[in-house]
Write a protein that binds this ligand. Structure first.
Ligand code: XMP
Length: 527
């Protein structure tokens, strides 16, 4: 998304009022990327399961449909099929990989298993440079292939648009130039001009107007939130993370003082976090925030607990109790704001095939207990879009670009028992590490970085005496999506300075190590 463009008053997608491209999900891991690339072209896109009821798709009044790839094979029995409406709607269709094979077979073309599975880069040679899909493309560019089957004879009336050494029919299209089929994956970054191709489809071929911008999102959200909430009171659980803060900013813009944010200080937050959040939300957004000091309650419940899952469970339960206690003091509350994001919706299986896994979070119990209606103002956004909306709403960079922080907080970074002393030690070590990274100007370049108390005690020597203290680990990872991550190659000076300062300034810690495990096989957090 980029700066605002005018939103046309014509209502198309009746839900969001924007030109919409529907992505039908056949189960490819790349499906969310297709919707992201469309939205990066400022065109709104939604993912639906391939077998979504036709009415659901029609209700979005799509300007075009993209069919995703799949692990399935079109001639396996029971493989996902092509709903009739796709070709009957008379709107442009872009079939990617499995999507291509499905349309080709439906229209009478042939699909066969390739001699070998093709996985990796290929050079695309464009044969029909006049096709709008390849507008402004050079003759050759790099694309990414990942397929077993391939089209061996296109359907009647389809022409070759592009080829590679291995695929004579790398891209084909019909005479009307509105059914376009690709063997390669334009949605992945390895396809050099993939983004341009998807933009050409969404805007050029489908004629969608690029109006999905942070400003248009804010404007339409405010309008619908006002309509939905009316004069009622709303509560929101503020965590200090980007999502809940952006949600708070949006709600405050929409309903002002009808919003009350409840911020639970669990005592498991990083150094300075409570003040930073209060400062950002109360002073910059002028929203009402109730900070609940629940540090003692959490410590008491966590005393003696070492099992990571039990820690998570206790923290979830305690958070729930504290929040409910506080919310019950408020009057006339009818709504609870939840920071669900689009990937959660996709994961829960309600959008595409997804993983059929429903994300559980302790917050979800709150509205039930209080008989509140749930509002999910960010549920159509990807994480990077949430950040852009945050910028649009005037949130400070320190909030918008904040690294993610797990709900259970420092509890999952302390192996073994959580005590007040160990929390203090970890907080100080973590702050030193953050300071050294910021001093090097790397704070925005690294996806996530933090200190961990490993639970290992080691011998050291300081001055004339021997010491016996805790071993801390430092972790820094580069990542796009937090699903995979690589350990960050920090400059030696940052490691050296952090280690020296931690051992000198935090008496409980006598040794520092650096974690060089990538994900997979490791996870980002230690517990
Ligand atoms: P892992 O450790 O699974 O973490 O590689 C991936 C991302 O998720 C965050 N994380 C959590 N967030 N509750 C949360 O809200 C949790 O229990 C939790 N565990 C991990 C982690 O910080 C990273 O960004």
């Amino acid at each position: 998304m980029s700066p605002p463009t005018a939103v046309s008053p014509v209502t198309r997608n009746s839900k969001v009022g924007l030109d919409t491209i529907v992505v039908l999900d056949y189960g490819s891991q790349y499906t969310p990327l297709i919707a992201r690339r469309v939205r990066e072209s400022e065109v709104y896109s939604e993912i639906l399961p391939f077998d979504a009821p036709a009415e659901r798709v029609r209700s979005l009044d799509p300007k075009g449909i993209i069919l995703s790839g799949s692990d399935a094979s079109v001639y396996e029995t029971g493989s996902p099929d092509l709903p009739d409406y796709v070709l009957e709607l008379g709107i442009p269709v872009l079939g990617i990989c499995y999507g291509m094979q499905l349309v080709s077979r439906t229209l009478g073309g042939s699909v066969r298993p390739g001699l070998t599975r093709e996985y990796g880069p290929a050079t695309l040679e464009i044969v029909d440079r006049g096709n709008p899909l390849f507008k402004d493309f050079p003759e050759r560019s790099r694309v990414w292939m990942s397929h077993g089957d391939q089209v061996t004879a296109p359907p009647f009336g389809f022409e070759q648009l592009a080829r590679t050494d291995n695929s004579e029919w790398a891209a084909i299209g019909n005479a009307d130039e509105d059914v376009l089929l690709l063997q390669f994956h334009p949605e992945v970054r390895h396809t050099q001009l993939g983004h341009a191709l998807i933009r050409n489809f969404a805007t050029g071929v489908c004629g969608s107007r690029p109006e999905w911008t942070p400003a248009s999102f804010v404007e339409s959200s405010i309008e619908s939130l006002r309509r939905e909430i009316g004069g009622a009171q709303v509560i929101l659980a503020l965590s200090g993370g980007v999502d809940s803060t952006v949600a708070a900013a949006l709600l405050h813009r929409a309903v002002g003082d009808q919003l009350t944010c409840i911020f639970v200080d669990t005592g498991l937050l990083r150094e300075g976090e409570v003040e930073e959040v209060e400062q950002a939300v109360a002073h910059q957004l002028h929203s009402r925030v109730i900070t609940v000091d629940a540090r003692a309650r959490f410590l008491k419940r966590l005393a003696g607990v070492t099992n990571p899952e039990l820690k998570r469970e206790i923290i979830g339960d305690e958070f729930f109790d504290v929040f409910i206690d506080e919310a019950e003091k408020l009057e006339d509350v009818e709504f609870f704001v939840q920071g669900t994001l689009y990937p959660d919706v996709i994961e829960s299986g309600t959008a595409g095939l997804g993983s059929a896994k429903i994300k559980t979070h302790h917050n979800t119990r709150i509205p039930d207990e209080l008989s509140l209606q749930v509002i999910e103002p960010l549920k159509r956004l990807f994480k990077d879009e949430v950040r852009q909306v945050g910028v649009e709403l005037g949130l400070p960079e320190s909030i918008v670009w904040r690294q993610p922080f797990p709900g259970p907080g420092l509890a999952v970074r302390i192996m073994g028992e959580i005590t007040s002393d160990r929390l203090t030690a970890l907080r100080r070590a973590d702050l030193i590490f953050r300071e050294e990274i910021a001093r090097e100007g790397l704070d925005l370049a690294i996806g996530q970085y933090f200190a961990v108390l490993t639970g290992v005690r080691t011998v050291g020597v300081m001055g004339d005496g021997r010491t016996y203290g805790e071993m801390a680990a430092l972790r820094a990872v580069s990542t796009d999506d937090y699903m995979t991550a690589d350990w960050y190659r920090l400059p030696n000076e940052v490691l050296e300075k952090s280690s020296a300062r931690i051992v000198n300034e935090v008496p409980a810690i006598t040794r520092v190590v650096y974690d060089i495990t990538s994900k997979p096989p490791g996870t980002i957090e230690w517990e």
